[in-house]
Design a protein around this ligand. Structure first.
Ligand SMILES: [Zn+2]
Length: 270
């Protein structure tokens, strides 16, 4: 009954000097895989370093939509990238490291931090290029779609015609009809650990078929416990809610998510 966190950022400044402790907590809680997500070239280098150093950590290289535009503020707490990201260079870097990575993400579109009017065309163009690259290298794609859920689904539907690659929506904030649409397209959804504090995620678990559910924390953000820093060990909170809503035992919920993880990410247990 291993556990998995398919999306986190434990290379964040808040974990400085505490990474070993956080990983030990995760191992103690039963996690067998913690997928660390990159957001830009600098963060992607760290993701590979962490994955090399800590066997529990699996690497996902990403191009966060705001970073791609060169509009990320400096104070996020993750490595900063100055100016727009050169996608061609990043794709070459991803290709050179394909055997070391489990997925590509986070990528997608975002109209929470930047204006849709001013950035839609460019964000769509970048996202299309990234999806095409993922199809070319046959890697699962992990999607960030804050306030851009419809737009992301539209582009994904246009670009992925025959389920060529698995799609994983991380922290999907879209309404019920959109969750249904994504699920019918065969997309997968990772359930954040703060689900007990967010009725939208409860609906998501109700709507999405069992085989398309995963668990994540998005650490250090979105803690299930007010006033604390989130960490991968907290995926136990996602499991509790999945078990409750899907009427499964805790063990069956854990087994379900773990087998989904292995299938969707083509992960072979060591
Ligand atoms: Zn994230």
């Amino acid at each position: 009954m291993p556990l998995v966190d398919v999306h986190c950022h434990i290379n964040h400044k808040l974990f400085e000097g505490k990474v070993e402790e956080i990983i030990a907590n995760a191992a103690r809680a039963g996690l067998k895989a913690v997928v660390l997500s990159g957001v830009n070239p600098e963060a992607n280098l760290e993701v590979l370093e962490y994955a090399k150093k800590y066997p529990l950590i699996k690497a996902s290289l990403g191009i966060y939509p705001i970073d791609a535009l060169g509009l990320s503020p400096d104070e996020v707490g993750l490595p900063h990238h100055e100016g727009p990201i050169n996608l061609t260079e990043q794709f070459a870097f991803f290709e050179a490291n394909l055997d070391k990575i489990i997925s590509i993400g986070e990528v997608g579109m975002d109209f929470h931090w930047v204006s849709k009017d001013e950035t839609f065309e460019k964000q769509k163009e970048n996202f299309q290029k990234i999806i095409r690259f993922c199809i070319k290298v046959k890697k699962p794609i992990v999607i960030h779609s804050r306030k851009a859920e419809v737009e992301c689904l539209n582009v994904l539907e246009e670009e992925i015609k025959n389920n060529e690659i698995p799609v994983i929506h991380h922290c999907f904030g879209g309404k019920k009809a959109l969750i249904k649409r994504g699920a019918e397209l065969g997309h997968n959804f990772s359930v954040p650990a703060n689900i007990a504090r967010n009725s939208g995620f409860e609906s998501l678990v109700k709507i999405v078929p069992n085989k398309q559910l995963l668990t994540e924390t998005d650490s250090p953000w979105l803690s299930p416990f007010k006033g604390t820093t989130n960490e991968p060990a907290n995926v136990t909170e996602s499991i509790k809610k999945i078990a409750e809503i899907k009427e499964l035992s805790i063990k069956d919920a854990e087994d379900l998510v773990w087998s989904n993880f292995k299938r969707i990410f083509n992960y072979e247990e060591e």
